[in-house]
Design a protein around this ligand. Structure first.
Ligand code: NAI
Length: 335
């Protein structure tokens, strides 16, 4: 079978080379796979991509032999699942590799916000001043953390929060009562979590149904001075509404590893010069820029998954997904 890996770094190519050697012709390609970045080869039967690749009709049209898409991620909102299904293309993901990794990162963002570490660091670097002016923070102990989505990552966030002696409340349409009893947290309706939390953190998959799960009304329901974290997916949040809530002081600070339209903001020059602006929300791109410039907002480049341990787990599972498919069995299918 002809296999194409996209978005690979050199160490990943080296790591995969042995694992893939018996499976046929394998191309290891540095660039992303999108309609604007189509490979010259078009006879791949299996492709493996990361979240910056967009698998839509134009990409699928270019790859008529395609049978399997293996995404090296948990989320799969960058792949048109229905279209893949209708064309008989299976899609597999890596359901768990980073539950500790992303949960730890959530607290990296939270502790930076709560203790103004980013501002302290910038001040000394940029001015040489050791003044504490404006750098007073707050304790996490005793604060109420509202966890939206108590799947693998959300549950790890709850464990870490417990270590900080925080109170936890949570919302999930499929609550895990046994775990809640064990970890001593309470499930509430979404609006009640939003109203009672000092810090709200999102750990929900992005789907059509969860688009703008957090909108202007949601921010209004929150406590004045709430802190807001998103390490899940950008379009879960109405970005303009978040900008408004930060400007009014309704939200005191935000830690965002993901942004609506992060694909565009990462590569604006390319998007502009390729002229492919249709389907993108340019208002959200502008709002992203406003967020990046706010001192009480930490924006990071979709980095929460990015540890050596997590990446090796991702490559191992992705290689297994491909090996299993070649051997006639399917693993970690999402469509
Ligand atoms: P999971 O599938 O284990 O858990 C998701 C939970 O969200 C489930 O319990 C589900 O019932 C719940 N849920 C679904 N819709 C909901 C809604 N509308 N409101 C509240 N809860 C809802 O997923 P996991 O592993 O915890 O990952 C969560 C998300 O984190 C992924 O879908 C992915 O988008 C994101 N992620 C981000 C990474 C990063 O680098 N920033 C890395 C890995 C995942």
């Amino acid at each position: 079978m002809k296999i194409g890996f996209f978005e690979l770094e050199q160490w990943e190519k080296d790591y995969l080379a042995d694992k893939m050697s018996a499976l046929g012709e394998v191309a290891m390609i540095d660039s992303i796979l999108t309609a604007e970045n189509l490979p010259t080869e078009n006879d791949f039967e299996i492709i493996s991509v990361f979240v910056n690749s967009i698998i839509d009709a134009r990409v699928l049209d270019h790859l008529p032999n395609l049978k399997l898409v293996v995404t090296r991620s948990t989320g799969f909102d960058h792949i048109d699942l229905d279209l893949c299904k209708s064309r008989g293309v299976a899609v597999a993901n890596v359901p768990s590799y980073g539950e500790d990794t992303v949960a730890e990162y959530t607290f990296a963002l939270l502790l930076n916000l709560s203790r103004k570490v980013h501002l302290s660091f910038d001040r000394i670097r940029e001015t040489g001043s050791f003044s504490l002016d404006g750098l007073r923070g707050f304790d996490l102990k005793g604060k109420t953390l509202g966890v939206i989505g108590t799947g693998r990552i959300g549950r790890n966030v709850i464990e870490i929060a417990t270590g900080f002696n925080m109170n936890v409340i949570a919302y999930d349409p499929k609550p895990n009562a046994e775990y809640a009893a064990k970890m001593n947290y309470q499930y509430l309706e979404l609006n009640d979590v939003l109203a009672q939390a000092d810090i709200v953190t999102l750990h929900v998959p992005y789907t059509e149904a969860s688009h703008h799960l957090i909108d202007a009304e949601s921010f209004q329901r929150m406590k004045k001075g709430v802190y807001f974290l998103n390490t899940a997916r950008g379009p879960l949040v109405d970005t303009m509404a978040l900008v408004g809530a930060l400007r009014s002081g309704q939200v005191a600070g935000a830690g965002l590893d993901v942004l609506e339209e992060e694909g565009v903001i990462k590569d604006e020059l390319n998007v502009l010069t390729s002229g492919k602006l249709e389907g993108h929300d340019l208002k959200a791109v502008l709002a992203d820029h406003l967020l990046v410039d706010m001192p009480n907002v930490i924006v990071t480049p979709h980095n929460a998954f990015n540890t050596w341990e997590a990446l090796k787990r991702i490559l191992d599972t992705s290689a297994d997904n491909i090996k299993n498919f070649v051997a006639g069995s399917l693993s970690n299918l999402v469509n």
